[in-house]
Structures are given as structure tokens and as C-alpha cells.
Design a protein around this ligand. Structure first.
Ligand SMILES: *Cc1c(COP(=O)(O)O)cnc(C)c1O
Ligand SMILES: [Zn+2]
Length: 426
């Protein structure tokens, strides 16, 4: 159909994106809705014609752009006029200097929390979906879809509503109540699958190969190369917010591992483009113990990830067979980082620690990164004297069940002063 003729004739305008390239064998393909190399089955990623020349000029072009991910449009697979199209304009979230958390954790250097809970649907997924929407438009898809651990379903529902596309998204049937509601409210179709996220993902792959899935853009399957690039904006923002400086250490959550690999890609791009000084940085991956296939492989010195059946409160990270796991291992090892995991109890403690010290209420994924940061500091793996950035990728109100059993009113009293004094609260 028109999809193929269009890209073959080279009319797909996705800005600086020049082609797809195989991460394993380097084989190049024209920009199209494919995600695996037909030579070696390796994952495809975007190859760019990045802006050459004066870093100063590029820096001021970025700085004069909108306060959203679109200020980085020259580095993304999106058309130049992207900011003018109906979209949710994600990004521009705060980098919080976390001095009180640093004091609790014994950090003497700079500690920052990149707080992505303030995105339009309250997780970092708005960044990736916004890029996928541009690809969906370019390839003529009319239905936006995904397999989701919760946040992605909401991000796709909202982005489709804003863009005027149909959406039909798939989730494991037993997700957090708030995530189901926050996905369904946008009016698209939401399908609960009786199984784990990995079952949902397998189901979606089947649907893509079937005529029933014709015209469907699955943001994290057939649009995955375009979608994944959206995660780069987290790293661009962090460096710009640090005054065009690389952090020394980053602590990043791992679900499929896509975000972590693209953060590394973005940091290398910034160095290549001359936008930051070339210096070493270390990337640390964070998982929940109840779904820690990458952490287990890292600790055991394996190159292969052994899939697990997830059992953790960190449902947004509960991918038992993470597609980008091997690349995460490579990056952690190459940069001198590590991959670590924490228990559900440590996740809850970390959510409360971050809330109490910095006024940030993170979802369970943020409890994972803060908990892992604490553990890596205690083990002497993270250097407390350096500049460290910890990611909070989602909003605590979506995972209330994690903290509600151990959090509540200090007291419930009659509305009079005597009762207040009796309760010992003065
Ligand atoms: C999806 C998600 C991630 C990371 O996902 P990757 O698949 O590793 O890119 C992190 N945090 C939250 C809250 C998420 O929803
Ligand atoms: Zn290949």
C-alpha cells in the first residue's frame, strides 16, 4: 500500500533521520515501519545526518527553542515543524538539586533528581510516544497501539486523542487501578490481557503480522526505532540543565532497557557535536529484585539475559524478558557503571525518603532508582563526591497501593483544641 511506495520514493520527512541501521551488523534500510534487521534479526535504530559545524550555533538554536522536547528537534526523527502540530509537548521537566537527600545518603558532591513525573500523563513515556506519533503520521498509520506496563497505555491514549488518531492499547489485566483509569479516560480502546507484560508483547507481535493489525502503529514494536529516540531527550535536558555539562554518574531504571541505552546514545551525541566537554561518565541501571534479569546477569558476569517471571510492586518496570538487556549490560560495563536491584520493601522506603527529603512523590520506579542509589552508595560502588543524577520517571499518585498500607494520618481527632492537645501534637 501507500506506506511502502511513500518511503521508497523518499518522501518521508523525519527531519535529520536519514535511514534505519542495524545495531548488530550495520545494514541500512530506508525509513519505514520496521524494527528488526532482515539479515541478522538485530534491532534497528535511527541513523542521522546530524547538524555539522559550529556547536555554539547549535546550542543557541536549541536554547531559543520551545520549553519541551522539541527544542531538540534537530537531533530527533521528527519534522522541523513538529512543535506546531497538535501534540502534548512533553519534556522541560525539572532537574531538582537534592541537597537534603544528599545529606541523608552521605553524598558530598552534587546530587540531582531528574523529576519526570510532571509530564502530561505523569511519566517519561510522553517523550517516547511524542516521537512515535510523528513516525505514525509520516507512515500514514491511523491507529496508535502498544503493549504497556501501564504508563505507556496512558501516554498513547492521550497522545492519540490530541493528534486525532484512534488508539487501541494492550496491558496486563492486573495493573494498578490508577494506571488503568488513567489510560481508559482518554476514550480509546484499552484491552486487558490475561497474562504478564511479556505475554502482552508476544500477542502484539502476532497482531502486527496479521491483516487485523494493518494500518496500526505499535509505538514500541513496529515504531520502536522512532519511539526509542524520545528517551534521548532526558539526557539532553539533564546536560543542558547542568549548564551543558555531563554528569559523572546517572542512575536509570530498567524495564526493557530502551531508555538506558538511548540515554547513553544521547550523551555520546552531545560529545560528538561538541555541545559538552568530552569526559567519562558512568551509567548505573536499577531494577526491582522481583524482576531483575539484567541485574542478575550483570552480577553473574553473563552476557545473556535469562528471562524471569516478574513479581514486584514496581509494575512499570516488570518486563521479564527485556529486549535491550544485553545492550544495557554492555553500557554498564563499558562506562564503569553497574546494575543493581532492591526489594519491594526498600522501594517503599526509598519512595518515602525522597518524599520526606525533597517533596517529590515518585512512583515505584522512582523508588527503585533512589533505593538502588542508596544501596550503591552504601556498597561503595557509587562515588559520593561526584555529580550524580537519579531519574524519577513517574508519579506517585499512580502507585498509591505501594505506600498506602504504611502511610496515613498521624491522628484522627474531634475538631477541638483539647483533643489536639490530648493527641500530643502541639
Ligand atoms: C517504561 C518505564 C521505564 C523504562 O522503560 P524502558 O523499557 O527501560 O525504556 C521507566 N520508568 C517508568 C515509570 C516507565 O513507565
Ligand atoms: Zn543486522
Amino acid at each position: 500500500m501507500s506506506l511502502l511506495t511513500e518511503h521508497r520514493s523518499g518522501t518521508v520527512d523525519l527531519g535529520p533521520a536519514a535511514a534505519l541501521s542495524c545495531r548488530e551488523c550495520g545494514q541500512r534500510y530506508p525509513l519505514s515501519p520496521i524494527f528488526a534487521c532482515s539479515e541478522c534479526f538485530g534491532p534497528l535504530e535511527i541513523a542521522y545526518d546530524l547538524p555539522a559545524g559550529d556547536p555554539e550555533a547549535l546550542r543557541s538554536r536549541i536554547e531559543s527553542g520551545p520549553n519541551s522536547i522539541w527544542r531538540y528537534a534537530p537531533l530527533l526523527p521528527v519534522p522541523a515543524d513538529v512543535a506546531g502540530k497538535p501534540n502534548l509537548n512533553p519534556g522541560g521537566t525539572p532537574l531538582v538539586r537534592a541537597d537534603r537527600l544528599a545529606a541523608e545518603l552521605g553524598v558530598t558532591g552534587e546530587l540531582h533528581v531528574k523529576d519526570d513525573s510532571g509530564n502530561p500523563t505523569h511519566s517519561f513515556k510522553d517523550r517516547v510516544v511524542a516521537c512515535a506519533v510523528e513516525a505514525a503520521r509520516a507512515f500514514g498509520f491511523t491507529t496508535l497501539s502498544c503493549s504497556s506496563t501501564g504508563n505507556l497505555a496512558g501516554a498513547v491514549g492521550a497522545a492519540a486523542a490530541r493528534a486525532g488518531l484512534r488508539s487501541c492499547v494492550f496491558i496486563p489485566h492486573d495493573l494498578e487501578h490508577a494506571k488503568v483509569t488513567a489510560a481508559a479516560v482518554y476514550g480509546g480502546e484499552l484491552v486487558g490481557i490475561e497474562g504478564s507484560y511479556d505475554d502482552v508483547n508476544r500477542f502484539c507481535s502476532e497482531l502486527i503480522g496479521d491483516p487485523a493489525g494493518e494500518g496500526w502503529g505499535f509505538v514500541n514494536v513496529n515504531l520502536r526505532p522512532y519511539y526509542a529516540e524520545g528517551s534521548k531527550t532526558l539526557a539532553y535536558e539533564i546536560c543542558e540543565q547542568l549548564g551543558w555539562r555531563l554528569p559523572d554518574q546517572l542512575v536509570v531504571p530498567i524495564a526493557s532497557g530502551s531508555q538506558l541505552t538511548k540515554i547513553d546514545k544521547a550523551l555520546r551525541e552531545l560529545i560528538t557535536l561538541g555541545l559538552v566537554e568530552d569526559k567519562p561518565y558512568k551509567i548505573f541501571g536499577a531494577q526491582a529484585e522481583g524482576c531483575s534479569p539484567v541485574s542478575q546477569a550483570f552480577k553473574n558476569g553473563h552476557d545473556v539475559i535469562r528471562p524471569v517471571r516478574p513479581a514486584t510492586i514496581a509494575k512499570s518496570l516488570a518486563i521479564g524478558n527485556p529486549a535491550d538487556g544485553p545492550y544495557v549490560l554492555d553500557i554498564a560495563r563499558r562506562t564503569g557503571g553497574a546494575v543493581e536491584d532492591v526489594t519491594d520493601e526498600q522501594i517503599v522506603d526509598a519512595i518515602k525518603l525522597l518524599a520526606r527529603t525533597e517533596g517529590i512523590f515518585a512512583e515505584t520506579a522512582g523508588g527503585v532508582t533512589v533505593g538502588v542509589t542508596r544501596k550503591l552508595l552504601a556498597d561503595g560502588v557509587l562515588d559520593p563526591s561526584l555529580t550524580t543524577v537519579v531519574l524519577n520517571t513517574g508519579e506517585g499518585l499512580k502507585t498509591l497501593d505501594a505506600v498506602s498500607p504504611t502511610t496515613g494520618p498521624t491522628a484522627v481527632i474531634r475538631p477541638d483544641l483539647a483533643a489536639f492537645l490530648d493527641a500530643g501534637l502541639a
